[in-house]
Design a protein around this ligand. Structure first.
Ligand code: GLN
Length: 315
């Protein structure tokens, strides 16, 4: 078994959930009304090991939008379709050190990395360009479905619509990249942005996000179904960039204290991957100044305190 004493892990996750629940610091994202309306006190932790042992506590059956967590799978899909050399002609792989929607590009005029908005818009330009909009969306939703053990994924249409009408910054990022000639030939900017907003509006539960995280921990094979969704090489690249860039401008601090690949989203979602061991999803909508879930980070901190899962723990 990947985690021999699973009941002990369950007891710790229960305790961490109880303790961290009292933490009400931070504020729900309010850049669009649909996100501001979410119940701030929602809190779920879900765990899935690479051999399929699972445990969830709290609001683990309630759906939330992936938001920036969608950037991980979109990046994987670009790698599978084009390979890293082509993909990285359009997007860098260095942390930006800036906020997730900062209007900034690297020296080559490309987005700094695929884990921030500019880079994720670029991923959307690279995914299945030849398909029509509906098929491109299905393509991404299907990847999430397979990663999550075949569980159907949802879509929040009102978040999508309101995201689209209040997206000046994302439009600015898109136009700026077009001006720099950063996009692959044939890119339709408005379709690309639309596709990006749709991906952000895909909904999953913490239970299913933990299974998806476990699929990444398991080198691309879903532990529940045995379905190989991504190659091990693709997952390696994705986890590398999650480690360096997954938590926006808190990524360096997160790598130092937690030492594991993770990705957060403004919905309060956080996906944590313990390679070859397990995937963990935390959902709690109150965010800190960087846009990361306050409780999400606290849960990670406490898990790393009780288990030697920091990448450099056993050195
Ligand atoms: N939809 C959000 C945006 O584009 C996603 C950003 C995030 O989760 N940090 O601004």
């Amino acid at each position: 078994l990947a985690v021999p004493d699973f009941p002990a892990l369950v007891a710790d996750v229960r305790r961490i959930h109880r303790e961290v629940r009292a933490d009400v610091r931070g504020a729900v994202a309010d850049y669009i009304p649909q996100l501001a309306r979410v119940e701030a006190d929602r809190f779920a932790i879900s765990v899935c090991t690479v051999d399929g042992q699972r445990f969830s506590i709290g609001d683990a059956g309630v759906r939330f939008c992936l938001q920036s967590v969608s950037k991980t799978v979109n990046y994987c899909l670009t790698l599978e379709e084009h390979g890293p050399d082509t993909v990285h002609r359009h997007v860098g792989r260095e942390p930006s050190g800036q906020g997730f929607n900062e209007l900034t590009f690297n020296k080559a005029g490309l987005p700094h990395n695929p884990m921030i908005n500019a880079g994720a818009i670029m991923s959307c330009a690279l995914i299945q360009q030849g398909l029509d909009a509906a098929d491109r969306f299905d393509f991404v939703a299907d990847a999430w479905r397979r990663l999550a053990g075949g569980r159907a994924v949802g879509f929040n249409n009102s978040v999508y619509l309101s995201e689209r009408t209040t997206a000046d910054r994302n439009f600015a990022l898109g136009y700026s990249m077009r001006e720099r000639g950063a996009f692959p030939p044939g890119t339709d900017l408005l379709d690309t942005l639309d596709f990006y907003f749709q991906c952000c509006s895909i909904e999953l539960t913490a239970r299913h996000l933990a299974i998806a995280a476990a699929s990444l921990a398991n080198a691309g094979v879903c532990p529940l179904t045995g379905d190989r969704v991504f190659s091990a090489g693709t997952v390696r690249h994705c986890l590398s960039l999650m480690s360096s860039c997954g938590m926006y401008d808190f990524s360096g601090e997160f790598a130092f204290t937690i030492g594991l690949p993770a990705k957060s989203g403004v919905s309060g979602a956080l996906m944590l991957v313990v390679p070859q061991l397990m995937g963990i999803a935390v959902w709690s909508p109150r965010l800190d100044a960087q846009g990361n879930s306050v409780r999400g980070i606290e849960v990670c901190r406490r898990l790393v305190d009780c288990y030697n899962v920091h990448t450099y723990d056993l050195l």
